[in-house]
Each structure stands twice: as C-alpha cells, then as structure tokens.
Design a protein around this ligand. Structure first.
Ligand code: SF4
Length: 254
C-alpha cells in the first residue's frame, strides 16, 4: 500500500483477502480516487453488505462505515442520505449482495436516482461462502453448485442499472488501474445514482473451481472475456456472446 494511502486505513487491522484477490486492488484504487480528489474522508460514509467485498471498507477504512445486513447496503445508505443529504455516501459491496440478495434495492435506488456512489465488486460467484453460482457467473463456469458449468447467461449489471435510470454507469476491470480510478473520481463528482461495476477476479473460489491454478491465470481468464465498448461496436450479438464489455455506459444524466 502506497504511503499516502495508509492514512486512510485503520492501523493494525490486517486485510482479510486471499492472496491475489481483486478486492485488495479495488480497495487501493478507491482510496486513490478519494486521495486524488482531496476529499476529506471524514465527510464520507461507506456502506457495505455481506460477502468478501463487504470487507473492503469495513472495518478497514479509517472513516465512518456501516457494515449492514445481506442485500441491504443500499437501503441503509439511502436512509443515511435522506437523514443527511450532505453526506457523501459510497456503497461498496459484492455482486451477490447488491444484485442477487439486494437486487430490488439496487433497481429502485437507480430509478429514484438517489445520490449515491455504488461500487459493485463483481467476483462472479459467492466467494465468502464457498464459491456458489450467482447471477453474474459466466455461462459455463464451474461453481460449487454448478459442477457441470452454469447453464444460465449472466446479468449485464450495467445494462440493468442503466435501464433503471442511473446517472452514471461504468464497468472496468480492477487491473485497468488508472482508468478505474478516473471512473470512481467521476462518479464521486456527479450528483445522482452512480454505479460502477468493478470486475474483481476471485482466484480462490472461482479460479480453483475452473482449474485456474494461480491468481495470474484467473486474471488472464477474466481479462480474455473483456472487450472495450469501442472494440465491441459493430460486433453482432453472436460475436459478443460470453463477452464482458467495459467502458462508460451513461455519463452524468441527472
Ligand atoms: Fe477474494 Fe475470492 Fe478470497 Fe473472497 S474468496 S477474498 S473474492 S479470492
């Protein structure tokens, strides 16, 4: 962790993430965005739900954090924001928490354009509980509950949230460091519901079950699925099958 970012972490609290986990990178990128914008972290509230990504802010950020019930991070964040509209409120949680368990909160907060920055760390499975299938698991991927490969196509979270009316929607891989930092910075400066899907590979559960023996192999596997919005333009639905398109999908509507 860079020295200038250590000030944002509670001293003496070890990060719980497995070696090579994307969430560790994401934590650093979020803090970097806050640092570059020179936001006083004491003016922020971080809200998370249950799952590996819920541990990104809580208890590690040296700031106000709410570690809430499974699927309810956005509901808690909405309540805090209504009580104190000036509070810069960021939700950081996983795909299972925000989309599967808490999907309705996500959709309706986007529809209402609640002024929140939501970062969804998408690790493509329920990592903390042993690697079960979820709605973002790629079709064909092996999980603890789909030994023959998931038969379903995954949700396109950005399309979902965009259609619901969010002000800002983007998706990037955690390995796209500075691009993702810039996206987080942008989201923090836009009023309204801002949603960033951060694709955050999980070597321990997703990787191992898909015979990806190292974090590097897991990252490469996920990176191969990704394609930029620009490169995806003009490709047919059949050519885009199984691809994850990265980029900005809505920018600053309010
Ligand atoms: Fe990261 Fe996966 Fe380990 Fe959870 S189980 S900390 S997502 S590598």
């Amino acid at each position: 962790m860079a020295t200038e970012l250590k000030q944002y972490l509670r001293p003496g609290v070890a990060l719980p993430f497995c070696p090579g986990c994307g969430h560790r990178i994401l934590l650093r990128l979020i803090l970097k965005a806050i640092d570059e914008l020179e936001i006083n972290i004491d003016d922020m509230l971080f809200v998370s739900g249950i799952g590996c990504a819920g541990w990104i802010p809580s208890p590690h950020f040296n700031a106000d954090t709410l570690h809430t019930l499974h699927g309810r991070a956005i509901a808690f964040a909405t309540g805090a924001k209504m009580f104190n509209p000036k509070l810069k409120t960021m939700v950081i949680s996983g795909d299972g928490d925000l989309v599967d368990i808490g999907g309705n909160h996500l959709l309706h907060a986007a529809r209402r354009n609640i002024d929140l920055t939501v970062i969804c760390a998408n690790n493509m499975n329920y990592g903390q509980t042993g690697g079960q299938v979820c709605s973002t698991t790629p079709k064909g991927a092996v999980t603890q509950t789909t030994h023959g490969g998931s038969p379903y196509r995954p949700f396109d979270l950005c399309k979902l949230v965009n259609a619901a009316g969010a002000a800002y929607v983007a998706r990037y891989l955690v390995s796209q460091g500075s691009v993702l930092v810039n996206s987080i910075k942008k989201a923090l400066q836009i009023e309204g519901f801002c949603f960033i899907e951060a694709i955050s590979p999980c070597p321990t559960q997703f990787g191992r079950q898909n015979r990806l023996d190292t974090p590097r192999e897991t990252f490469k596997f996920v990176e191969r699925m990704c394609i930029t919005k620009e490169d995806a333009e003009g490709l047919s639905p059949a050519e885009l099958e199984g691809k994850i398109v990265t980029g900005e999908f809505s920018n600053g509507r309010s």
